[in-house]
Design a protein around this ligand. Structure first.
Ligand SMILES: CNc1nc2cc3c(=O)[nH]c(N)nc3c(CCN)c2[nH]1
Length: 372
């Protein structure tokens, strides 16, 4: 029996609910902070938990290279290793190989690549990816191995990658088998071709997964083109299972994707932007390096119950970022994750109250109008 997904309310195409896992409940719409190398960069897991995150993302690619799957298992698995006892979703590695490792070769059987760390050679098959995610790392939710084409993609290349991803989805499911306390998600591909995405969705359904991701987006197509795909792609997937939009996104991306039926997100933006001095707020992004904050005694957001957002002055944050102080990266990362959790919490409440459209237009008026 897969993880129960109880949709509490819908408002238009937007949904809010709870995905029940063996390690705890995930409130949707949900944002997953990225913990690529067994750490959400610059924060302790206690700080991450304090922001309200119900689930983290880990990466097979990075963890199989270092510390290695078998060592991780000997150390008790990823949750114990990094002291995060709530759910973890791990990505399967294919996307990271293409975007990170130097040399890589993709065949029907596997993707082979050399480590960007030490050049060592590695082979990743659907079977090995599932073994690493579910058995060595102990992920609560594993992702099938897939192939994500870059954008723009020629139709033949998009079709070939979508069809390979389906075959790899079937192999991932066979390797995963039936498990009571862990889940496996399939990944829809097809680039910006509606009929390819429909074929992908129909074949994923035949295989049968506990949840379904929308892959192949946030690869350079831009917000408008992504929304055009989201006008049809989420609803090709089962209405009663979680829909996860991979790698997304900016705050406005989350709002517009929730409006189109997406339930789960992951993105490095809040943590990466935080390390580079950018703070996300209800009034748009702020670049704390900017001289206008040098004597701004107000906090970033007194309404957020996060010390980084409500107790430090922007002047102090400006100083820390200008001085390239580690604490500046810590505080802005902490604030950004708290903001993303406040954003998803506000969307959950708006959907439950039947006022998502009002939330959405207020958000555009306040946040988007101030974004560059
Ligand atoms: C930042 N943009 C982005 N697009 C993605 C597509 C896939 C995708 O199509 N497949 C997989 N497996 N991962 C993706 C990721 C990584 C998510 N953490 C993506 N990230």
């Amino acid at each position: 029996m897969p993880f129960p997904f109880d949709i509490a309310a819908t408002d238009g195409r937007a949904r809010t609910g709870v995905l029940k896992t063996a390690r705890g409940e995930i409130r949707t719409p949900a944002f997953m902070p990225v913990g690529t190398a067994a750490t959400v960069k610059a924060l302790t897991v206690d700080q991450v938990a304090q922001t309200g995150a119900d689930i983290l993302l880990g990466n097979t690619y990075h963890l199989m290279l270092r510390p290695g799957p078998e060592r991780m298992e000997r150390l008790g698995g990823l949750h114990k290793f990094m002291r995060w006892d709530r759910p973890i979703l791990t990505d399967s590695g294919g996307f990271q190989v293409m975007s990170l490792s130097g040399i890589s070769k993709l065949t029907e059987e596997a993707v082979t690549f050399s480590s960007h760390i030490d050049g060592s050679k590695h082979v990743l098959t659907p079977e090995r990816s599932i073994e690493i995610q579910a058995d060595r790392l102990g992920a609560d939710i594993s992702m099938q191995l897939d192939q994500c084409v870059s954008w723009p993609a020629e139709r033949p290349a998009a079709q070939a990658a979508m069809e390979l991803s389906i075959r790899w989805g079937a192999r991932s499911k066979a390797a995963f088998g039936t498990r009571e306390t862990q889940a496996l998600f399939g990944i829809q591909q097809g680039s910006t071709f509606e009929d390819l995405r429909r074929q992908s969705s129909e074949q994923l359904l035949e295989i049968g997964f506990d949840g379904y991701a929308i892959g192949g987006l946030a690869v350079g197509e831009g917000h408008a083109a992504m929304c055009e795909v989201l006008d049809y792609a989420p609803e090709m997937l089962p209405v009663d299972r979680p829909r996860y939009l991979m790698g997304v996104g900016k705050p406005v991306d989350l709002v517009e994707a929730v409006a189109r039926g997406v339930d789960m997100f992951d993105c490095v933006l809040p943590t990466r932007a935080g390390r580079h001095g950018q703070a996300w707020t209800w009034d748009g992004p702020l670049n704390l390096k900017n001289a206008r904050f040098a004597e701004d005694q107000d906090p970033l957001d007194a309404t957020l119950n996060c010390p980084a957002s409500s107790t430090y002055s922007k002047a102090y944050l400006h100083h820390l970022i200008r001085a390239d102080e580690i604490l500046g990266k810590v505080l802005l990362t902490w604030h950004n994750l708290a903001f993303y959790q406040a954003l998803t919490a506000a969307m959950r409440e708006a959907i439950a109250a039947g006022r998502f459209e009002a939330f959405r237009s207020d958000f555009h008026a306040r946040h988007v109008s101030n974004s560059k």
